[in-house]
Design a protein around this ligand. Structure first.
Ligand code: ASP
Length: 337
């Protein structure tokens, strides 16, 4: 039988209702999952450990690093890993782990639920059983199992706060589908040998959504307060305003401070193309870096890690990082990378 380590970090899956506020709260998170779902023991030999007990809105980069270390330290002791996590920031944690655990030859599977395990219409049971099953398959990726699909972790985003189909990876087909059997797709990454754990990360990164009326003075002010990198969510193909309230001087100002500005698209699907419109051309001319079809979650976490590893040459570090994929997080146009 395969050996799995199941790491609890919190989230709705095991939450209960707070007696004070009536809201779902991680404080009621203290049950023995294997006792509640003994069927899991038929899938693998599972050990559980409680690392955190958080609503994932309270997850921080320090938690990603600790979680990554927990997995990394145990890589040779288990055949796979399941991480129970809240859905709200699961895409960020999954992206960060995909980059922190760059040498993987086994699965690290995050899962959670829209409704707690003790709710009558819970999705927790299926998601957990599916996650444990997928984790035994040896797919060498960090991914998210949700609603019968296994997504690449650094491509996933929470798209739905209501239905059981909470996640999607609009620019990358699922790695596997769970139906009567499990269909694993061909684009899973090849296994890579374990690498030393590098936990350097720069959290002073800002993600900003471009919108009509965004005052560039606010961004200049933010740059003056110690921002080390910016992820700018441009419109459509990465377009930004260049006439009234132009953001181009902001990008130029950032360049003068050696602060990289990485552009993602606000659209969940499709890629940045800084040659498509004048606003993109001007942004590129001012030094902006394209993240192509990366999610904001992946761009942000990759930028944090790239800057943490090269604090002295930030723009160069970001240009290098975004010129090639680290963990399948981007589809580069031909001729790039
Ligand atoms: N607020 C919860 C969390 O992210 C939502 C969930 O788990 O679905 O921890």
């Amino acid at each position: 039988m395969k050996r799995l380590l199941l790491v609890h970090t919190g989230g709705t899956l095991m939450m209960g209702q707070s007696t004070e506020s009536g809201a779902l709260s991680p404080d009621a998170y203290k049950r023995d999952l294997l006792a509640e779902l003994p069927v899991l023991k038929q899938l693998a030999e599972i050990e559980t450990t409680f690392l955190f007990k958080l609503d994932s809105a309270d997850m921080q980069p320090e938690h990603w690093i600790e979680l990554g270390r927990k997995v990394h330290d145990n890589l040779s002791r288990y055949d796979g890993f399941v991480i129970v996590h809240g859905t709200d920031t699961m895409g960020y944690t999954a992206s960060a782990l995909a980059f922190l655990l760059s040498g993987l030859d086994r699965s690290v599977v995050l899962t959670g639920a829209q409704k707690p395990l003790n709710a009558i219409r819970t999705d927790a049971r299926t998601n957990l059983v599916d996650a444990c099953h997928v984790a035994t398959l040896g797919i060498p990726e960090v991914g998210v199992v949700f609603n019968s699909r296994f997504f690449r972790g650094c491509r996933v985003t929470k798209l739905d706060a209501w239905s059981m189909n909470a996640f999607g990876s609009p620019s990358c087909p699922p790695l596997a589908e769970l139906g009567l059997g499990v269909q694993v797709e061909k684009h899973v990454l090849a296994a890579r040998s374990h690498a030393p754990y590098d936990d350097r990360l720069e959290p002073r990164v800002l993600a900003v959504r471009t919108f009509p009326g965004l005052d560039p003075k606010l961004l200049i002010g933010a740059l003056g307060s110690g921002v080390r990198g910016v992820v700018l969510e441009g419109f459509g193909a990465g377009n930004v305003p260049r006439l009234q309230r132009s953001l181009i001087p902001v990008i130029e100002h950032a360049r003068g401070l050696d602060v990289p500005v990485v552009i993602v698209s606000q659209c969940p699907r499709g890629a940045v193309d800084l040659s498509a419109y004048e606003g993109g051309v001007a942004a590129h001319g001012a030094g902006a870096i394209s993240a192509y079809d990366m999610t904001t979650e992946a761009a942000l976490t990759k930028l944090m890690i790239a800057l943490g590893r090269a604090p002295e040459a930030r723009i160069q570090a970001a240009q290098d990082a975004f010129s090639h994929a680290w963990a399948g997080e981007v589809s580069l146009p031909s001729g790039v990378g």
